[in-house]
Design a binder for this molecule. Structure first.
Ligand SMILES: [Zn+2]
Length: 221
């Protein structure tokens, strides 16, 4: 496992990236994009701990468990600039107008340091699968082609519905940027909000680990 500094938040908090494996298809797992969704951080940290204990996969896995450390510390959705990082990516439909205040997309597309680093990662590292871990109404939101086998595994463990469309546009989101616009298989895994953390360790972490077994079967991008 290789641990690297991925980026620094606006107030210079470190954001770490952990890489496992050296060859095969590549998967990216991100937690904590929204700081008030600890369920996603718990799931990402659980996957990180499991992979660190034993890594028996013929693929590369990048884990960024706490993408928005300022939001996590402040228990708020946004970073310290008040920006919703899942509305700030430079998508074609990015707009400076927020649908609601909590979706503030930032002063310009891709303005935030967290997202600058993410865009750089996506531009320099071909990825076969992205899973972003959030919490809300339980849902497996899929964007980009080829998500179905992994989505089916998440559904098998959680009984959450698989939704190709959440019913409203999400400009500046990772699903739009990576999935819709770059056709990278991108799953936004909305874990049930306020679920006990124990359940996440028992259900969602094993589900994600089995997903990685499935991703091994892909041909490398
Ligand atoms: Zn979220």
């Amino acid at each position: 496992m290789k641990m690297e500094l991925f980026a620094r938040s606006p107030k210079h908090l470190p954001i770490f990236k952990y890489t496992f494996g050296a060859s095969g298809p590549r998967a990216l797992i991100i937690g904590g994009v929204h700081g008030d969704e600890p369920e996603g951080v718990i799931a990402a940290q659980g996957v990180l701990a499991a992979l660190n204990e034993s890594f028996n996969y013929a693929l590369q896995v990048i884990v960024i468990p706490e993408f928005n450390p300022e939001g996590i510390m402040n228990k708020q959705r946004m970073n310290s600039h008040g920006v919703d990082l899942n509305r700030n990516l430079p998508t074609k439909d990015w707009s400076p107008i927020a649908a609601k205040e909590r979706y503030f997309p930032g002063p310009s597309a891709g303005s935030e340091p967290e997202n600058k680093a993410l865009v750089h990662l996506l531009e320099t590292t071909p990825l076969d699968l992205i899973i972003s871990l959030h919490s809300w109404n339980p849902m497996i939101n899929i964007n980009g082609s080829g998500c179905q086998p992994e989505a089916d595994i998440l559904k098998k463990y959680t009984q959450y519905p698989i939704e190709p469309d959440i019913g409203y546009p999400t400009p500046g989101s990772l699903g739009t940027y990576a999935g819709k616009e770059r056709n990278i298989s991108t799953i936004t895994f909305e874990i049930q909000r306020d679920i006990e953390f124990d359940k996440i360790s028992k259900i969602h972490v094993p589900a994600l680990l089995e997903c990685l077994k499935q991703t091994e079967k892909r041909t490398r991008s």
